[in-house]
Design a binder for this molecule. Structure first.
Ligand code: FAD
Ligand code: 2HG
Ligand code: ZN
Length: 539
């Protein structure tokens, strides 16, 4: 029996561990002669209102007054009312530096009852509100468009309880995902969601966006794992369903309305969520493949052969790896002995397995890898040997999101598509941008540097990132509605996980029928009749 893959990876992996401390390595081959990229644009972000002049401030909404500010201070205290323009900047600008609002006040209440008092006041005085979590939204959902009042849940950050027998966690909505995860690790459990923004995003924000993340394949959607919620409705009513029940068939499942509501129905203040037992053994394989068809074939075989231990199946195109390489400065895990560049495979796959018996799980993974390498479905690969290497391999997937911003900006699309057609969207978008004379990696006078594709193959979710040197209108017009038309033609969804937010507000009809849109509007009108919750977005 030959262990070609594992033997080969064992000889490479010590370099992986070393790589963490290196930060300046040769650039990846394809683009190595060009060095005009930068990590983050220092340009001022244009106001959303200037960039999208068709979106007008709703004249029904009141303007903030000193009386309002005095009331807010009486509820939450002086320190939790932010009005200084320097301090406001971080709440007005989004993570991609694509949208900028003009809010004059951020409120940071410390309890559900304070939020209730604030919302009741805003509703009565027609002050529009934007609920904000960790502000990692990738669709411009978490920042104001005009002068909306921002209510941040950052001060609601307590774990309320954890039951080790049932695995049910109850916590405030402002707990940072990574903190929830560390807390659960100490109690032998795992949060049923993981994503690259875990150090900044809040669990309430995750629920408000129905985030998918890296392990949906294993733990399913938040629509399944969230057992209960606490939320404040626009009129100040507190909706309390912080249940510990896995089964409850008494009428409509109201909490589902808030999962993916993107701040349009109320403010989520608490969550009750079912957390699985923490796997005792986790292993990651990083593979190079010669075609997208082989990526799909590897996924089919992984589902069948790895079955219950498969916990993630992520794919990345070569361009995304080249950008990640530039961004992290690390040598690629599949690079040659004397060359740190990203090899020429057009596609890469990261497979994670996790379970409770290391020997059994390792044997299963080994036999799977041997089989896919023997018949050349997979061309090359490496397997983590310890936790450090495991994290390093994950970095080649998780860092792409940030790497995609390094030229100055990025247009992001998170679409669901049938697997056979999924990657062709990246090619057709790159082709279209080239034809229009907008894309060139070499020529820095062109607005687009490149279009890259990666994502959650296991969930049928492609991330198409169009990496730009500037947020040029002509690029946006070349991409939208083109991308959404392609998705609709293939009966996909224009948002697999990031939501609708501001970016897709005009395009929901590409994924929802007129009847569905009317039902959404009816619900919105019922719970938020004055429309104060996160206006100019979603609905
Ligand atoms: P925010 O960005 O602050 O808000 C998001 C939306 O939810 C806004 O509309 C806001 O109004 C609303 N909202 C926030 N908190 C509340 C609340 N308490 N009550 C009511 N409404 C609220 N998403 C994925 O699905 N999968 C990924 O793998 C993934 N990876 C990411 C990686 C990076 C590097 C980044 C920057 C983002 C990523 N995202 C991903 C997108 C983003 O949806 C998630 O980061 C996260 O779910 C947002 O949480 P947040 O606390 O930052 O919410
Ligand atoms: C991921 O899967 C996130 O990494 C972010 O959903 C994707 O940045 C993106 O486009
Ligand atoms: Zn994603």
């Amino acid at each position: 029996m030959s262990f070609k893959l594992l033997a080969r990876s064992a000889s490479r992996l010590p370099r992986l561990a070393l790589a963490i401390s290196r930060n300046s390595l040769p650039l990846a081959s394809t683009y190595s002669q060009h060095s005009q990229y930068r990590h983050h644009s220092t340009k001022t972000v244009r106001l959303t209102a200037e960039n999208y002049p068709d979106v007008k401030r709703d004249p029904r909404f009141a303007h903030l007054t000193d009386t309002d500010l005095a009331f807010f201070r009486s509820v939450v205290g002086d320190k939790q009312v932010i009005t200084d323009s320097n301090d406001l900047a971080a709440y007005n600008e989004d993570w991609m530096r694509k949208y900028r609002g003009q809010s004059k006040v951020v409120l940071k209440p410390k309890s559900t009852s304070e939020i209730s008092t604030l919302l009741k006041y805003c509703n009565e005085h027609l002050l529009a509100v934007v609920p904000q979590g960790g502000n990692t939204s990738l669709v411009g959902g978490s920042v104001p468009v005009f002068d909306e009042v921002v209510i941040s849940v950052a001060n609601l950050n307590r774990v309320r309880s954890f039951d080790e027998t049932s695995g049910i966690l109850k916590a405030d909505s402002g707990v940072i995902l990574e903190n929830a995860e560390s807390f659960l690790a100490e109690h032998g459990a795992v949060f049923p969601l993981d994503l690259g923004a875990k150090g900044s995003c809040f669990i309430g924000g995750n629920i408000a966006t129905n985030a998918g993340g890296l392990r949906l394949l294993r733990y399913g959607s938040l629509h399944g794992s969230v057992l209960g919620l606490e939320a404040v409705l626009p009129d100040g009513t507190i909706y309390d369903s912080m249940h510990s029940l896995r089964k409850d068939n008494t009428g409509y499942d109201l909490k589902q309305l808030f999962i993916g509501s993107e701040g349009t129905l109320g403010i989520i203040t608490g969550i009750s969520i079912l957390c699985p037992a923490r796997p005792r053994s986790v292993n990651v394989a990083f593979l190079g493949l010669e075609s997208y068809d082989k990526v799909r074939e590897t996924f089919r075989r992984a589902r069948a052969d790895l079955c219950e231990i498969l916990s993630a199946f992520e794919f990345m195109d070569r361009k995304s790896q080249v950008f990640a390489s530039r961004f992290t400065g690390l040598p690629h895990p599949l690079a040659g002995e004397d060359n740190t560049d990203v090899p020429d495979y057009p596609f890469y796959v990261l497979i994670e397995v996790s379970g409770s018996n290391k020997e059994h799980d390792d044997a299963k993974l080994e036999s799977f890898l041997e089989s896919v390498m023997e018949d050349e479905t997979v061309a090359d690969g490496t397997v983590s040997q310890d936790e450090t290497q495991l994290k390093t391999l994950w970095r080649w997937r998780e860092s792409i999101s940030e790497a995609s911003t390094m030229f100055g900006g990025v247009f992001k699309y998170d679409v669901s598509l049938p697997l056979p057609k999924m990657y062709s969207l990246v090619d057709s978008v790159a082709e279209r941008l080239k034809e229009k004379g907008l894309l060139s990696f070499e020529d820095s006078s062109k607005p687009v540097a490149d279009a890259i594709g990666y994502g959650h193959i296991g969930d049928g979710n492609l991330h198409l990132n169009v990496c730009v040197r500037e947020y040029a209108k002509e690029v946006e017009e070349a991409l939208e509605p083109f991308v959404y038309e392609q998705v609709q033609a293939n009966r996909g969804s224009i948002s697999a996980e990031h939501g609708v937010g501001f970016q897709k507000k005009h395009y929901i009809q590409y994924s929802k029928s007129p009847v569905e849109i009317q039902m959404i509007k009816d619900l919105k009108k019922h719970y938020d009749p004055k429309g104060i919750m996160n206006p100019y977005k979603y609905i």
